[in-house]
Design a protein around this ligand. Structure first.
Ligand SMILES: [Zn+2]
Length: 135
């Protein structure tokens, strides 16, 4: 079944509250806010770590934290959209501590997209960087 797709922002909006020097733009749509320190630890520093680990440097993605991902990804912890505006949606509880790998995993998808990996290989995790840098 074809899903209706908003090719601009995937229905998530393009706004953000804070931006890292690497261009990661972050917005938290959850009820419980993250402190600046938590955003640094759980989002921005993870992006820098993935850039360093993969050796791929790219202007960072719009990353939106929400309680439940939009259809058809409701059960997922995070998703990287390859079409339209390339951006990340991550479930808020995946940012609940500093151990969860979901944010790093989605950042690996993102930098590999920016680095030129074919979308099909990216979706199928056909890169050693997922194991090396995303967990
Ligand atoms: Zn994945």
């Amino acid at each position: 079944m074809d899903m209706p797709v908003d090719w601009t922002d995937h229905g998530l909006g393009l706004g953000f509250d804070v931006e890292s020097p690497e261009g990661v733009r972050f917005r938290n749509d959850a009820a419980s806010p993250l402190t600046e320190i938590e955003i640094e630890e759980r989002v921005f520093s993870r992006y820098r770590a993935v850039e360093s680990c993969t050796g791929i440097t790219a202007w960072g993605p719009l990353t939106v934290a929400i309680p439940v991902l939009p259809p058809p990804y409701q059960g997922w912890g995070g998703v990287t959209y390859f079409d339209g505006d390339v951006m990340i949606a991550i479930r808020t509880d995946q940012l609940g501590n500093t151990i969860q790998p979901t944010m790093r995993h989605e950042f690996v998808h993102y930098v590999l997209k920016r680095g030129g990996l074919a979308d099909e290989d990216n979706r199928n995790h056909n890169s050693p960087f997922f194991a090396a840098c995303g967990s």
